[in-house]
Ligand binder design. Sequence first.
Ligand code: NAD
Length: 329
Amino acid sequence: MKILFYDCKSYDKSSFEKELKNYPGIEIKFLKTDLTPNTAELSHGFDAVCAFVNSDIGTRTVEILHENNVKLILMRCAGFNNIDLNTTKQYGIRILRVPGYSPEAVAEHAMALALTVNRRLHKAYVKVRENDFSLGSLMGFNFYQKTAGIVGTGKIGAAMANICRGFGMKVLAYDVFENPSLKDFVTYVSLDELLAESDLVSLHCPLMDSTYHLINRETIQKMKDGVILVNTSRGALVKTDDLIEGIRARKFFGVGLDVYEEETPNVFEDRSDEILEHSVTARLLSFPNVMITSHQGFFTEEALAAIAQTTLENAKTFEYGKETSNEVK
Ligand code: NAD
């Protein structure tokens, strides 16, 4: 089976090449360019294409893949909102994805952000490099015996709840479904109660109509003063303008964001030589108690290995004509 791999970064190539040894029937050609209507033509002679979150797999791309006789799209991520599913269905192109890879990778990053803004590590790093060994502005607070509020207790939220428990925190949670694996130490409460009680609020629910701008002026007002907010889920869970207003009103002790609205043109790109048109990121970064990373929560060796393994297993499953729950229907 021949796979054309789009939008390849050096770390993708090494994780897939390591795993490929176990799949002798699969051959991969790695391309740096992403899958778009302009690059879909390159798929001629391949059985499958492998794409990622920002690939443009709209109608025209799918039509070209069909003309080139491509029968399979392998998404090396969980999301598939960038695919025109009506057209893939029409042409019988199957889509297999990686629904989960390493929840601990994202949860550990959420705690890293929480600790960074709490203990001002982002400031301490710069200060010490400048031979400024004073402690001014670096004081944090203990997480021990404080309250963590986990919004969404699926795979990642559950991992975060366990980490917070390890810090000796009381753990509250809000979800539309309770996770039975957490019943020994997590107390499920209403969202309002969680916001009112928590010293650390960490978001782990998916972005849907019901969760769009879940954190807004009204819900921010319900939070404790001096709260730490962490978002490693999806940017649009938080209404950025209201967050900025809350930061200016001194509501937050700290804010840690791995995702934020308007991140799409930035994600995984080096834009250090550019003058950015939008100022929202710059405005957020201007606050001393805000730490932003660029969607790197998933980025660990273990997660990349799991993504490569599941993607290649998906390809094998397709080749043998088998069913899998990783298929997007
Ligand atoms: P999951 O499906 O296992 O868990 C999601 C949980 O959210 C479920 O328990 C669900 O019941 C709950 N939920 C649904 N609607 C809700 C609502 N209105 N209020 C509260 N909870 C609600 O998903 P997961 O694997 O834990 O991933 C969570 C999110 O993390 C994903 O949706 C994705 O956006 C994000 N993510 C980020 C990265 C990263 O690199 N930063 C990587 C992977 C996933």
